[in-house]
Design a binder for this molecule. Structure first.
Ligand code: COA
Length: 166
């Protein structure tokens, strides 16, 4: 399968809105607005365009010319600026075809090269086995078990911290 990561532009507003309104949010941050509006999409694309290459890399995951997901690495602040936080999401119709495994491989390589990081971190809710597998298949190691680390829809979760070093 041909999986391409490309930068977001304002012409992706509708695709981004469709993605964010359709994605399975069970294990995602509450920072993602719901419902996701035109102005949310416009604000976010402008924000990532400004930050691109400086404080992060933000990419649309493209399969057969369609936006099917989103992936990013964002640089942490202060003394943690040698560390980047990886995040991703994929439309449910495209799960379990190896798409995010390839996307993580591509963005991890790019982030080490372009953001001059020493490590990349990812945080996964313990029941999100598919996400943990994506990381493990890319050489990320489980470094910590954060008990009662997050709350989502009223349920408290153990969070697993994964990391890969340069
Ligand atoms: C997590 C997510 C990105 C995975 O993307 P994907 O493209 O389906 O992942 P891949 O196909 O590359 O790899 C997933 C692996 O997990 C396996 N898997 C999927 N569901 C599973 C389950 N319930 N139990 C065990 N294994 C599972 C797949 O078989 C595959 O492993 P394999 O390659 O050994 O067969 C996708 O499910 C998603 O977007 N979820 C919603 C958003 C989210 O949770 N983001 C991550 C937050 S940390």
């Amino acid at each position: 399968m041909n999986i391409l990561l490309r930068k977001w532009t304002l012409s992706d507003k509708d695709s981004l809105k469709a993605l964010c309104n359709a994605v399975d949010r069970q294990y995602l941050s509450d920072r993602l607005p719901s419902p996701y509006t035109d102005s949310d999409a416009e604000w976010w694309i402008n924000m990532v365009t400004e930050a691109e290459g400086k404080t992060g890399l933000f990419r649309a995951v493209m399969v057969n010319g369609q936006v099917v997901g989103s992936i990013s690495v964002e640089r942490k602040e202060d003394v943690y600026r040698i560390d980047g936080e990886l995040g991703y999401m994929l439309l449910t119709d495209h799960w379990s075809q190896g798409i995010m495994t390839q996307a993580v491989a591509q963005i991890s390589r790019l982030a080490f090269e372009l953001l001059d990081l020493q490590r990349i971190s990812a945080h996964v809710f313990a029941p999100n086995i598919a996400s943990a597998k994506v990381l493990e298949k890319n050489g990320y190691e489980q470094e910590a078990t954060i008990r009662k680390g997050a709350i989502k829809n009223g349920k408290v979760y153990t969070v697993l911290r994964y990391g890969v070093v340069r």
